[in-house]
Design a protein around this ligand. Structure first.
Ligand code: F6R
Length: 258
């Protein structure tokens, strides 16, 4: 796990976008795993800028989003499909047919989940999965207690997540209670992972996830088992890491060839 700590969200977003852009340039048919929430917004904004100003093309990529609320139609302003169109898909040259977001409106949820898993496999797997982290340690919507080998399935949102996400809705009661989410096992199958966390409110859970024991009670902690994870943190999100000076040292002395 490489932990990179930078002073500001802007610098993290620029580096995160640079990593995505290098991958997409070297492998134009990259399969990206995407997240919603506030954290990746500045990364998407920087990628849109690179598309507009430097010709970065997404025309051959495919994307799979981590999750979607059950019961919100794609044109509901709080659905994750809507979020992705607003912040990314409609602003770049991606083929809309190759943007996969679970459909939370289907009757047969379990069929939708198996179809999602099959579609990821058919595309050759996810090359780079972008992740945020919930204040309770969830990745995707894998809440504490999720099986560490789980696959795409229905989950019930934890009350902490409902409270956290209420800011996107007019009222907390409007936050759906259920979602479809890639499983922890699905996320671990990605060839590489970029976990982003910004701000003081994430400092506690970031420290537990990176430096604490691996436990299903903090699903993000399982990323310690993945061979290719980069964690991008601003100073505030990194403030409770006991080995933050070491991580800074490693990054500033990183040899060119590695
Ligand atoms: C979103 C997702 C969630 C968020 C997490 C953090 O697709 O899967 O795990 O990444 O809830 O949300 P923010 O970034 O809003 O703090």
């Amino acid at each position: 796990m490489e932990v990179i700590i930078l002073p500001s969200i802007e610098e993290c977003a620029n580096l995160g976008a640079c990593m995505v852009s290098e991958l997409v340039t070297s492998k134009p048919n990259t399969v990206l795993g995407l997240a919603t929430g506030s954290t990746p917004i500045p990364v998407y904004a920087e990628l849109v800028r690179l598309h507009n100003e430097s010709g970065l093309s997404f025309s051959k990529i495919k994307s799979f989003n981590l999750d979607e609320y059950i019961g919100l139609s794609p044109d509901h302003s709080c659905s994750y499909r809507y979020f992705m169109k607003e912040h990314f898909f409609d602003l770049i040259d991606i083929e809309q047919d190759f943007t996969y977001v679970p459909n939370g409106m289907v009757d047969d949820i379990s069929e939708e989940c198996s179809k999602y898993e099959s579609a990821i496999k058919k595309c050759g797997g996810i090359d780079l999965q972008i992740l945020g982290i919930g204040s309770d340690g969830h990745i995707g919507f894998n809440e504490p207690g999720s099986s560490l080998s789980s696959r795409t399935r229905i989950k019930t949102l934890a009350s902490e997540t409902i409270r956290d996400n209420a800011r996107f809705f007019d009222d907390e009661d409007e936050v759906p209670r259920h979602c479809i989410t890639m499983g922890v096992g699905t996320i671990l199958d990605a060839k590489s992972v970029l976990l982003l966390a910004f701000g003081e409110s994430k400092a506690d859970i970031v420290a537990k996830s990176i430096e604490g024991p691996i436990t299903s009670m903090i699903p993000a902690s399982v990323l310690q088992m993945h061979q290719n994870v980069t964690v991008l943190l601003d100073d505030k999100a990194a403030s409770k890491l006991s080995r933050r000076d070491y991580y800074r040292d490693v990054y500033s002395n990183k040899p060119d060839s590695y």
